[in-house]
Design a protein around this ligand. Structure first.
Ligand code: SF4
Length: 184
């Protein structure tokens, strides 16, 4: 089976894309999310992803947690709405890291579970993934997807509920947390 490096943002989003891709690929999971704030939440999401990897019997690689770098990168974009320029940069940076890791590991395909969320734009994610692949050698390609189709989000939520994972009520960064709080 062909290998694929799969970027995950959290355990509750992942079950549907992961189980679909498992039918076609030999998966390695990659958790690189410097956007997640605060660190306590980062560690919580990482712990749940580790549990999922164990249940699914898949190897998991943890990327570096670099929140300062992420905040510096998104300076000036604090008030952007979700799906706006800040999110584009946030997704692109995570796809670039995944592409780089795939090249390092000689895994020639990479993908992401992000498109399963109804709050995420699959066109933007696929474009970021393709650009990130182009930045590496010609052998590296991005697996384009829109996992929210065919009720992917509902299925992921059902499975993660059965596995005891808790769905967070904000995307991850400090700005999405603040908008949740102001929205009450
Ligand atoms: S809302 Fe989500 S995708 Fe957008 S910048 Fe924040 S963490 Fe990244």
């Amino acid at each position: 089976m062909e290998k694929l490096l799969l970027h995950l943002c959290c355990a509750p989003c992942a079950p549907y894309p992961l189980r679909e891709l498992k039918k076609e690929f030999n998966l390695t999971l990659y958790f690189y999310n410097p956007n997640i704030h605060p660190k306590k939440e980062y560690l919580f999401r990482l712990t749940e992803v580790k549990k999922l990897a164990k249940i699914e019997n898949l190897p998991l690689i943890e990327g570096e947690y670099e929140p300062e770098k992420w905040l510096e990168m998104t300076k000036g974009l604090e008030n952007e709405p979700e799906k706006g320029k800040r999110c584009e940069l946030c997704v692109s940076e995570r796809m670039e890291s995944t592409a780089k890791k795939a090249a390092e590991l000689k895994i020639y395909r990479f993908g992401a579970v992000l498109s399963v969320s109804p709050h995420k734009d699959a066109v933007m994610i696929n474009s970021a993934g393709k650009k990130a692949a182009d930045g590496q050698s010609a052998e590296i390609t991005f697996y384009e997807a829109n996992f929210k189709k065919k009720e992917g989000f509902k299925i992921s939520s059902q499975i993660s509920g059965e596995l005891g994972f808790k769905r967070q009520n904000y995307c991850g960064c400090t700005h999405s947390l603040a908008s949740r709080k102001t929205a009450g």
